[in-house]
Design a binder for this molecule. Structure first.
Ligand code: BES
Ligand code: ZN
Ligand code: ZN
Length: 501
């Protein structure tokens, strides 16, 4: 699917279908009932719209849409509600609905950009392109017939002059870099575990990252990780047919000064989580290919920020393995020494993500970054607390946490902070070792997991943990996310955060 901008447009580029906005305004009748106002200066078009009997009750509210035909072209009118209340997120959602109504009907459509202008033209274009890119995602690799829609070309038509078009085209290009990175992340997550094992996954990331300018790649194999004393991480890999991998990527901006910050992203990359000897029940095991969504999320953000030329040094560390069983697999009651020297009693082999992340966080701390942000599908408890809709944020630094919350707000993603209190840190102390890998009961699971991770972040390093167990797994509640599969959410928040450094 191609998206192109047409400036100075005197007529619409697509003769098949045009998407226009209508806003809800107070009617002229005494009752002042709401009526729809088609957002175009073209009077002929407005008259044609008002003449359509079927649209008589159309009020231009956000839940409404309608169609009419004029001079052989179909017009799809999307209600946006009261103009002064429209937000960028409304725009994203309405464009997603419009795309879904149109994509299987025509090979091309035009969007009247002027009609959908909310806030600045650049902000509107960014939201429209993000929405189109995210909504048009299909994972049909493993179907014998393509599931791609008929649509080939989207035209963004505007009366803006060519000079303004330059800025808008730059915005489209930037938004496409973000969208492509979200697509890659979603593809990684959706790929089945029999295809995407740890060795394949690391190779795919490395190959993709090598194409990004100013990025250096390094991949540690099992022997190298052993040398690094990452025994806690490797304990998860014991039962696997595939070697664990640690992917270490570095992006260095073109201009580095003493003020240049260094942010380190860390991701949980469990290509499949059976639970190990603490085996998951069959129903809970389904979809555990998604247990590498944290790594895909931070890679997606790293990739987009690097391509956008972020003014910050970014390291991206992915801890990759599966959690499987054979006779070498770690059993509950095992005690293993972490890279930082702390000993951990493994009471439940299904609490494996924190073991992988623990060694990765210590490895990341050695790089002395200004901040570490990890993302992981870490706890089922996160779903209980915040559902599929909200990302959990925890950490040891208020400034970093507030900055992430601000980015989430800027990009209209939901994020909520949970506390790491001393009692949680006490609850993960073990009788038989320094720590145990789960709390003494199932309550507060997300925060206790974070309390465990905190033990591996070196002193004075600002750290934030994002539990994406809920938000990473799409349930179709957002029109620009697929009904099922990887949501691709949180990447926009992280990119916004990195671009603000
Ligand atoms: N990968 C799971 C967490 C998960 C559960 C993600 C459901 C998405 C959906 C993680 O490795 C896990 O199994 N955690 C356990 C920890 C417990 C044993 C302390 C959990 O949450 O039940
Ligand atoms: Zn698990
Ligand atoms: Zn897991």
């Amino acid at each position: 699917m191609k998206i192109s901008l047409n400036t100075d447009a005197k007529s619409y580029t697509s003769q098949e279908l045009v998407i226009l906005a209508a806003y809800s305004v107070e009617g002229k009748s005494k009752l002042k009932t709401k009526v729809a106002e088609l957002s175009t200066k073209n009077k002929e078009l407005r008259d044609a719209f008002h003449e359509v009997k079927a649209l008589r009750h159309f009020k231009g509210e956000r839940s409404e849409n309608g169609t009419f035909t004029h001079n052989g072209t179909q017009f799809l009118v999307m209600g946006l509600g009261n103009k002064k209340d429209v937000t960028i997120e409304h725009l994203r959602r309405v464009i997603a609905e419009a795309y879904k109504l149109a994509a299987n009907k025509v090979e091309s459509f035009s969007i009247d950009l002027d009609s959908f202008r909310v806030k600045s033209p650049e902000q509107s274009v960014a939201a429209i392109v993000e929405s189109l890119g995210m909504t048009s995602y299909v994972f049909d690799k493993h179907h014998s017939a393509s599931k791609k829609p008929k649509l080939k070309h989207i035209h963004l038509d505007t009366t803006a002059k060519k000079v303004e078009g330059k800025k808008l085209n730059a915005q489209i290009e930037a938004s496409m870099k973000l969208v492509d990175s979200i697509t890659i992340a979603r593809d990684f997550v959706n790929e089945p575990p029999n295809i995407l094992n740890s060795e394949v996954y690391a190779k795919l990331v490395e190959t993709d990252a090598k194409k990004i300018p100013n990025v250096k790649t390094k991949v540690l194999n099992k022997a190298q990780m052993k040398k690094e004393k990452m025994d806690l991480f490797l304990s998860v890999n014991n039962g696997s047919a595939y070697e664990a991998r640690l992917v270490h990527l570095t992006y260095t901006p073109k201009k580095v000064t003493s003020k240049t910050k260094h942010i380190c992203l860390v991701g949980k990359g469990l290509t499949f989580d059976t639970g190990g000897y603490s085996l998951k029940p069959s129903d809970s095991m389904v979809n555990m290919k998604f247990d590498m969504a944290g790594s895909a999320t931070v890679y997606g953000a790293f990739r987009a920020a690097a391509l956008l030329g972020a003014d910050v040094k970014i390291t991206c560390i992915l801890g990759i393995t599966d959690n499987a069983i054979n006779s070498f697999a770690t059993t509950p009651d095992s005690v293993v020494k972490a890279r930082n020297g702390k000993t951990v009693e493994i009471l439940n082999t299904d609490a494996e993500g924190r073991l992988v992340l623990a060694d990765c966080l210590d490895y990341a701390s050695d790089l002395k970054p200004d901040a570490i942000i990890d993302a992981a599908t870490l706890t089922g408890a996160c779903l209980v607390a915040l559902g599929h809709e909200v990302c959990a944020l925890l950490g040891n630094d208020d400034k970093l946490a507030n900055n992430l919350l601000k980015s989430a707000q800027d990009t209209n993603e939901y994020m909520w902070r949970l506390p790491i209190i001393e009692e949680f840190s006490t609850d993960i102390k073990s009788l038989n070792a320094d720590l145990k890998n789960m709390g003494s009961n199932r309550f507060g699971g997300t925060a206790k997991a974070a309390a465990f991770l905190q033990e591996f972040v070196q002193k004075d390093i600002a750290w934030a943990h994002l539990d994406i167990a809920g938000i990473g797994d799409s349930q179709g509640h957002l029109p620009y996310c697929p009904p099922k599969g990887a949501s691709g959410l949180v990447i926009r928040t992280l990119v916004n955060f990195l671009m603000r450094q």
